[in-house]
Design a protein around this ligand. Sequence first.
Ligand SMILES: [Zn+2]
Ligand SMILES: [Zn+2]
Length: 303
Amino acid sequence: MDLLVDVLDPPLFDPFYSRIKDLVTDYVCLVDSPEGIWEISDREIPYAAALRHGICDIIESTSFWDRQSIVRQYLSAMAITMVLSTLFFFICGSICYYLYFDPAFKSHPKFLKNQVRQEIRESMLSILFVSIFTAPIFVAQFRGYSKLYASPEAGPGDWYEIVQFPLFVIFSDTGMYWLHRMFHLPLLFNTMHKGHHRYIIPTPFSAYAFHPVEAYIMSLPAHAYCFALPMSKFAYIVTFVVTNIWSFLLHDNSDAFHTVHHKNVKFNFGQFLHSWDRLGGTYQDPVRFFSPRRSGQSIKQPE
Ligand SMILES: [Zn+2]
Ligand SMILES: [Zn+2]
């Protein structure tokens, strides 16, 4: 994210924040300007002038407009996250939907009326919420609180450039599995996770269709790795993109691992691996699960 902000600062954010500063200064500080909101008040209320001067001093002296300002970093990170997540959602969701989702499932009795529209609406709400609360994580990375490093020389060694990928998968999958199981506890399931399970025949557009708070909590393991263990910025970008694409592929309703979970909520909580499901006794082999459908019987319904 810091790389993106660095790239976008000169052409986009510098002129944007400078324009905002000019507008605020013109509006609040130029007494003689007809737009000056304090002009009339100055004559009628003596304290208004002092207040205006105070505000103008803050506008002039605040470090908010600098690239290193924490507030500016937060707002820039939030805007980038929101825009890129929305673009990613529509591009990746559309590609997976048209390539992998069998349109015949739209006539299945369990496919909801206006389902895709519902999935998109819920996903948009999640993206908005998750962007607001993920931006502080990016700011913490900007300010050096993570173990992200820019080049292999700054990492633990050449071997780690490969090893960090399987480590990330194990780390992230462990977090996702247990958080997912937590969201199946009755209270959390009924207040949050139940919404995602409305989609018994999910489409790729349901990849982000979670309760916003749940979507944020479920995204944390992927961000937590770089705070717990060293991670190259390159690996962070790759794993971030792959994790998100994987979420779309999980929801194409093919006869695969996560589709089982949407048909029967007792099985297959993992994201990348099956290990925790096997250890936790929640694994269900998709081939076995879907074999009645292949032999012409009806699809299994959730219990
Ligand atoms: Zn799902
Ligand atoms: Zn679930």
